[in-house]
Design a protein around this ligand. Structure first.
Ligand SMILES: [Zn+2]
Ligand SMILES: [Zn+2]
Length: 368
């Protein structure tokens, strides 16, 4: 569908040039590859929570800011990416794992627009956010469904919230970002009811990359919604061993049976997707563990035991461990890891201490 659309645009443009007919500017931009900026989408590892930085053509947007223990880590990450100003700060909904770190971000960065959900919470975390906004004299608004915003060459379209909800998750701001032919969908923690309301809006929500709703919970990514998004890839933001059991097995099954590539912050840390308007590249290989966050009965428990037994064996001195480095992402792996780098690989017999002293961080899959 997406390809056909782009092809159609080119045909329209070619026809327009031949006939001398004028085209709306937006359509001409879509048809011309030269005007598409590089867009980077950083799914920042904030443990159990969400925080995604999107940069495009010198503009930047942060969607959510993790819990209150992650504000400074996100600040450091943004500064490393040379972000000085956030053109948009989107706080999908007022749960602590999405807004907790926001006061730090509000204090430390110049901020353009602040978008919040239409759900107001009466707790400390929410009050701290309101105070931080007041101190910066920033006004927050709930964006209207259908409203569009520019981020470099990328176009953001608001999909939700479509009404007021009883559940803060359902009140999440959802949006789709389109850069050239590449589309990314974010829906916060919106559950099935809110997903249905998005579908009723009849907007095309098909996307290449789907930021899995509610950390891969079974209460999001309902069948109809998933079919409409029809993603090639899904990114799940969650922490290893989180108490909610995210991601749930049902969601992983939906992805697996539909051939969706899955990327997970609990396994790989921060995940970066780069879009050039035509193709999207990830900084890590897709996950192949299909490991749900929750134990689902005895068979899984026994599998866990096997895994930990293998781990013990691996770390015994008899295995003469050397490590595999990725000199680009600065991660190090056990030689037996199933996500060893194919590029930028360097094998080493150095000690773990000397590798970490150089700034390498352990791969979360193989725990070297
Ligand atoms: Zn959440
Ligand atoms: Zn939530």
């Amino acid at each position: 569908m997406k390809k056909i659309h782009s092809l159609m645009m080119r045909v329209i443009l070619a026809c327009a040039l031949l006939t001398g007919a004028a085209l709306p500017v937006s359509e001409m931009i879509l048809a011309s590859d030269a005007s598409v900026d590089k867009m980077e989408v950083h799914f920042i590892d904030v443990g159990q929570g969400d925080s995604t930085l999107i940069t495009c053509g010198g503009s930047s947007m942060l969607i959510d800011a993790g819990d209150d223990s992650k504000g400074t880590a996100i600040q450091n990450y943004l500064q490393k990416q040379k972000v000085k100003k956030l053109d948009y700060l989107v706080l999908t909904h007022p749960d602590a794992d999405h807004i907790g770190g926001a006061p730090v971000i509000l204090t430390k960065f110049e901020i353009g627009k602040v978008f919040v959900s239409n759900y107001e919470k009466d707790n400390k975390t929410y009050l701290k956010l309101i105070q931080a906004l007041d101190q910066k004299r920033l006004k927050s608004t709930t964006p209207k469904v259908g409203a569009q915003y520019a981020l470099g060459s990328a176009k953001i379209t608001i999909l939700a919230p479509n009404k007021k909800y009883e559940n803060p998750n359902d009140a999440s701001i959802a949006l789709i970002i389109e850069n050239g032919n590449n589309k990314f969908l974010f829906s916060g923690d919106a559950g099935e009811a809110a997903e249905k309301d998005i579908l009723d809006g009849k907007t095309d929500i098909s996307a290449n990359v789907y930021h899995a709703g509610h950390h891969g919970s079974r209460y999001s990514t309902s069948e109809d919604f998933f079919q409409a998004v029809d993603p090639d890839c899904a990114v799940i933001s969650c922490a290893q061993g989180n108490s909610y059991g995210h991601p749930h097995a049902e969601t992983l099954n939906t992805f697996r049976t539909n051939g969706v590539k899955v990327y997970r912050t609990d396994e790989d840390g921060t995940i970066i997707a780069v879009s050039d308007g035509k193709k999207i590249t990830f900084n890590v290989p897709a996950s192949d563990t299909w490991q749900a966050g929750e134990p689902t009965g005895s068979s899984r428990d026994s599998k866990k035991d096997t895994v930990s037994a293998v781990r013990k064996q691996d770390s015994s001195p008899a295995s003469e461990l050397s490590y595999v480095l990725n000199v680009k992402t600065m991660k190090f792996h056990k030689p037996s890891c199933n996500s060893l780098p194919t590029e930028n690989r360097q094998d080493t017999s150095e000690s773990r201490d000397s590798i970490t002293a150089k700034g390498y961080v352990p791969c979360k899959r193989c725990n070297p």
